[in-house]
Design a protein around this ligand. Sequence first.
Ligand code: NAD
Length: 542
Amino acid sequence: MLKGFFHVPKAVNEPVKGYAPNSPERAAVQAAYTKMWNTKIDVPLYIGSEEIRTGNTRNMSAPHDHKHIVGTYHLAEKAHVEKAIANALEARTAWANMAWEQRAAIFLKAAELVAGPYRARINAATMIAQSKNIHQAEIDASCELIDFLRFNVEFMTQIYADQPTSTSDVWNRLEYRPLEGFVYAITPFNFTAIAANLPASAAMMGNVVVWKPSDSQIFSTQIIVEIFKEAGVPDGVINVVYGDPLMVTDTVLASRDFAGMHFTGSTHVFKDIWAKIGTNIHHYKTYPRIVGETGGKDFIVAHPSANSKQVSTGIVRGAFEFQGQKCSAASRAYIPQSLWPSVKEEIITDVKSMKMGSPEDFGNFITAVIHEGSFDKLASYIDQAKKDADAEIIVGGNYDKSVGYFIEPTVIVTTNPHYATMETELFGPVMTIFVYEDAKWEETLELVDTTSEYALTGAIFSEDRYAIEVATVKLQNAAGNFYINDKPTGAVVGQQPFGGARASGTNDKAGSPLNLLRWVSPRTIKETFVTPVDYRYPFLGE
Ligand code: NAD
């Protein structure tokens, strides 16, 4: 053990690069994209020190050109998942006992690898795998991932430094032990940064991990794995398995050593897994930590005092960036009648100006949605809106999956505040708007609060401070991330800790010490310097 109370480098947010024409970063990412597009990779399972190719493979393709194959990945069977658990547990003692500053160095190095040598590749991989335009790839796969790694290292040291009071004869200490067992990380398709952070944050706190990424994100997972390896994450600490999510999950949950789940994905999947954990509870050595960030039906509500251009910009950016596939994406809006004519006109003008196509063409703001299942679901809701008397599509409404899964940014206006697309998470570029009477501000806030089962993000626009105050109080439980005069997307690590309650998750705030606290099991150590040798207290005296 080294001697010294070490300070980690002060965490700072990674600046977002611009990718303007002729910039070096633009040339680098274009070159990386072209190379990756024209090379087929073969992705194995990573279990312990082994790369396992099971021979049972699936193709990986880009959502914007689904016939173009960029590689294959291998699917695990039950025995591989069991092997991943065994390897994790084997690696546990050495990893859990490693001095924290060594773990910190690994993840700080990972951050710098993303910031420098891997930046173009991880962005290009995210453009290909998840069909993000370069800006969306940059703020996710580079900046947010770097921020998660840097800030979590700093938060880890803050947690370790948080110690109880002692007296001159008793020294009290809190030791932040890793969980006794392994952590299961299940990650979604939509953020490369989340995919990396879910296993990394648990591992950083000394835990060993079995990680199951989303089938739709494996192409960019591969870069994360390469970065973790180069940064020095030891074999067995983060084991990566692909395959049938039900089989993988059931196998993991059958282990007595299952100690925690770090999940991000849809609400129904999380609830089902939670129920299974409950059923198995007598089987586990320890109560598993359950952390889940799940769905949303995120809102924008404008007060009559709001600036219409700010509202319409908030709507088009909040709803349509990354094709509305951010958990924080706005998908329902409430606009007062007096503002509606200008907001409507501005939205239509903006949406019509958006170009849609492959992210390889930097002029495209809109690219494809993730897969055919998502495309078909969105198309069916759009078709239904075309038929329903209480809905009208004011812009968009076309879709085409012949080359890629392209859905036009679509705005539905409804006269029914409980219309299906006001309540259901669609996870795509569909925004539904309800126009309310100006005088009904408080009733509208009540509607916003009670319409959906979710409570992830929400935004209000107003230039009237009383209205802001009323909304902030009335919508206290409607969103875990609440925005005033801004769109409800784009949370930055270290600045806006992210997460929601109700059906949106356990609200353990990714990118904050609150999340890291879930991956430790503190041990209190009391040491007495002069130990009593007589059981009698003074009150027993004659
Ligand atoms: P998803 O629920 O389809 O998949 C998430 C993960 O769960 C994947 O790894 C998937 O393979 C796995 N999975 C799917 N079915 C499973 C099952 N029956 N048992 C076990 N695992 C299973 O979600 P997605 O489409 O990848 O991501 C979109 C969803 O994630 C949206 O609902 C979105 O709101 C949510 N999300 C939430 C946040 C947040 O911070 N709240 C962030 C990102 C995404």
